[in-house]
Design a protein around this ligand. Structure first.
Ligand code: PLP
Length: 420
């Protein structure tokens, strides 16, 4: 165990170094970009918000996964962020992909990925998409109800089916179990019906909820999956694969390692090595790789009549209808940081930060303290903006949902795969 502690401290040391390098590269590229823009004279939209992505961070997350979850083959949930460079890197790294629609399947196939590396992990599918999956040979798909079994019988009777079971997702930010997952008192009947229909059930899947915080939820779901494997065996199926879904934290703390440890122990307790294990991580891979830079387009001064102190409302050229859609749909909070400002003072000033749409709900940060008096034309940046941000942005009020993305790489391994 001394050896393994030493090993992990070396890896942590080098990954911290990589993260610091990535942050520096991101800042340098962002600064160079904003310094090249004169907001008094630029063409309309030249000062639009933009992303900087450190592909090295995606690469490091992959190594971290392999080190902590050896048994589990990741299938990146592309709904979280279908960025083409992220998909290209993960395809090169040999991951699988979790797709939820025809368009997502198409994006992955267009990269030359073999259909056997895709799971169509959507228990309630559109009929024509099932036909599309059949045509393309995307065999693996999930179900959790009887109607779906009849649909699959009609349109893709040879598909490889995963029975998605209900989990306790009460500790997660985005709960999924109100909508998906067969309760444990229905699994046997579903398997019996699948058998009657002569369908090919090959595994069990679950999802403990996105943004999960309780590692034990994985242990409980694995134990339930074992029960379903045994039910299937009694009915005449020999299930081969367990899909442990998403919900993994991508934070730089050790929640992921704790989750991985609890999950690995549960897998080893309940499933022999010949059972194939896959997962569907989304936010884990991309959250920390993306940084968003935004321009301050307007400011409103608020003077406290009692003290005479001034604080400010500042308005950015992005918002909750844009890339900050994660505040609404993904229940996140974000931290503004100063990228460039003209005021050289360092005094602490309070701000509320707002988006650009006409809607009062469009508030990014209720109150924050930043150094110096920020003004129109200055820039802020936000880290950890890779998960459930751009993918759920709208064009509300006529603003773009297609912001520029600049790429850097803080890992030679990623640079080599991507030819950067
Ligand atoms: N798999 C399925 C079926 C999902 O619905 C989701 C997210 O909603 C994911 C995987 C990815 O989850 P996460 O980003 O929490 O890892």
């Amino acid at each position: 165990s001394i050896d393994s502690n030493e090993k992990s401290s070396k890896v942590n040391h080098s990954s911290r170094h990589g993260q610091e390098l990535g942050k520096q590269l991101t800042k340098d590229v962002s600064k160079a970009r904003v310094e090249s823009i004169d907001t008094d004279t630029c063409a309309p939209g030249d000062e639009d918000a933009f992303f900087v992505v450190d592909m090295g961070e995606v690469y490091r997350q992959h190594l971290r996964w392999k080190m902590n979850l050896k048994r589990v083959k990741p299938h990146y949930a592309i709904k979280c962020n279908p960025n083409p460079e992220v998909l290209r890197l993960l395809a090169e790294l040999g991951t699988g992909f979790d797709c939820a629609s025809k368009a997502e399947i198409e994006m992955v196939l267009d990269l030359g990925v073999d259909p056997s590396r895709i799971i169509y992990a959507q228990p309630c599918k559109t009929k024509s998409y099932v036909r599309y999956a059949a045509e393309k040979g995307v065999k693996q798909m999930t179900f959790d109800n009887t109607d779906e079994l009849y649909k699959i019988k009609r349109f893709y009777p040879t598909a490889e089916l995963f029975l998605r079971i209900l989990t306790d997702d009460s500790s997660s930010l985005c709960r999924l179990s109100d909508k998906y997952g067969a309760s444990m008192d229905t699994t046997k009947d579903l398997l019996l019906l699948a058998k009657d229909l002569d369908l090919n059930v090959v595994g069990v899947s679950f999802h403990v909820g996105s943004g999960a915080s309780d590692p034990q939820s994985f242990a409980r779901a694995v134990a339930d999956s074992r029960i379903v494997f045994d039910q299937a065996y009694d009915i005449g199926y020999s299930l081969k694969t367990l899909d442990v879904g998403g919900g993994f934290s991508g934070d730089s703390g050790n929640l992921f390692e704790t989750m991985a440890d609890v999950l690995s122990k549960a897998l080893d307790e309940h499933f022999p090595p010949n059972v194939r294990i896959i997962g569907e991580p989304g936010r884990y891979y991309v959250a920390s790789a993306f940084t968003l830079a935004c321009n301050i387009i307007a400011r409103r001064d608020i003077v406290d009549p009692a003290t005479g102190d001034t604080n400010y409302m500042i308005y950015l050229n992005d918002g909750v209808y844009g890339n900050f859609s994660n505040l609404i749909f993904d229940h996140q909070f974000v931290t503004p940081r100063v990228l460039s400002k003209r005021d050289t003072s360092t005094r602490s000033v309070e701000y509320s930060v707002w988006g650009q749409s006409c809607d009062g709900i469009d508030r990014i940060t209720e109150m924050c303290t930043l150094h110096g008096v920020l003004d129109v034309g200055d820039w802020l940046y936000f880290e950890e903006m890779g998960a459930y941000t751009k993918c759920s942005a709208t064009r509300f009020n006529g603003f773009t949902d297609n912001h520029d993305i600049l790429y850097v790489s803080s890992e030679p391994g990623a640079s080599a795969l991507l030819n950067y």
